[in-house]
Ligand binder design. Structure first.
Ligand code: SAM
Length: 336
């Protein structure tokens, strides 16, 4: 006579299901994946006794185990997608499961299970309280930041046209790309525009980019074309702020916003020569005054934690300046 596996022999599986303790076990494990210890507490039984039943249930393919660290987790075999829930043990269990609540111990089992699960969730809360200060060192870093940036972008309206003025290699444009429909890159250097386009490739789906060579005091942008404009570390290259401030105002729609990141005044004179800087930083009051004269409202000024860290020429490879930055924001008034 051919020998068949226990889990394919209806008489064997029915024998396994014929034990009330095993039915109680299945009735609890069906509600939540449990460790052996949690199950023993919910049943109010010694772990050794529970383990014997678990072995029988596992041999009949009614239960599955998963191992993490020192814990063994239990779940119903039918939860395994590979079985599609139509194995013989799964079919016989589904024939009796509706009657498990009729067992005399069932109500008390479920009440104890709820307490056990509540303790588990309290332990998880305590764990996070305990490790909060260390969490960023424990957790794996999201190296590119794309996951968070994309998630944030998914929540915001993105019908906007934004310019990166004096874009250089497009650092700001890359941060803006997931957030807007169209990015206009403006720089006087064709080499920088080419590099910015290269670094923006591939663009997030749905964003377009246009590179336009031009000057900040004669922007290659139509009147009221923009919803927003960013000018990062470019104003200190200019002889005068009044013309660019008027141009940005003209290019923004009423209600449009400008964000300016600049270097605080500093004393690193080598930056004239090595980085082509006309001014050694800019006094934020000069920036605010130029914006106000151009007609902008709602100005704000905040200092940034980031530092601009250019390499100091002639020093050793690690010698870098650490220059403070600030952010100025303002808005073109909405049409009356
Ligand atoms: C220090 S880089 C900053 C680039 C970029 N915004 C960033 O934060 O990395 C300054 C850029 O401004 C551009 N630039 C300087 N003066 C300009 C002007 N008058 N009009 C347009 N672009 C200018 C330069 O070609 C250069 O690409």
């Amino acid at each position: 006579m051919a020998v068949i596996a226990k889990s394919q022999d209806p008489a064997e599986v029915l024998k396994v299901l014929g034990d009330p303790t095993r039915l109680r076990i299945l009735g609890l494990v069906e509600r939540a994946e449990l460790t052996v210890g949690e199950l023993a507490r919910a049943l109010e039984m010694a772990q050794s006794r529970v383990s014997n039943h678990l072995r029988v249930l596992r041999d009949a393919d009614l239960l599955q185990e998963r191992h993490t660290g020192r814990a063994t987790w239990l779940r119903l075999a039918e939860l395994d997608p590979a079985s599609n829930g139509d194995s013989l043990p799964a079919r016989l269990w589904s024939a009796v499961r509706a009657d498990v609540p009729a067992l005399p111990e069932h109500r008390a089992d479920v009440a104890r299970l709820e307490r056990v699960l509540a303790e588990r969730s309290a332990r998880s809360g305590e764990f996070f309280d305990r490790v909060a200060g260390e969490w960023d060192k424990i957790a794996v870093d999201f190296a590119t930041g794309q996951a968070r940036q994309r998630a944030a972008a998914a929540l915001l309206p993105r019908e906007s046209v934004v310019a990166d003025l004096g874009c250089g290699t497009g650092w700001f444009a890359r941060a803006l790309a997931p957030l807007c429909d169209r990015i206009v890159l403006v720089d006087r250097s064709q080499g920088m525009l080419d590099e910015a386009c290269r670094k923006l490739d591939p663009l997030p789906a749905g964003t377009r980019v246009e590179a336009r060579r031009g000057e900040l005091d004669a922007l290659p942008i139509a009147d009221e074309e923009l919803d927003g404009a960013v000018a990062g570390l470019v104003l200190h290259h200019l002889a005068d702020l009044a013309g660019p401030a008027r141009e940005i105002f003209r290019a923004l729609k009423p209600g449009g916003r400008v964000a300016i990141v600049e270097l605080s005044p500093h004393g690193e004179a080598w930056m004239h020569e090595s980085l082509g800087d006309r001014n050694l930083g800019l006094d934020p009051r000069d920036v605010l005054r130029a914006l106000e004269r151009a007609g902008f409202v709602d100005h704000t000024l905040e200092s940034l934690e980031d530092r601009y860290r250019p390499r100091i020429p002639g020093g050793d490879a690690d010698a870098r300046a650490a220059l403070p930055l600030y952010l100025v924001r303002a808005r073109r008034p909405a049409r009356a």
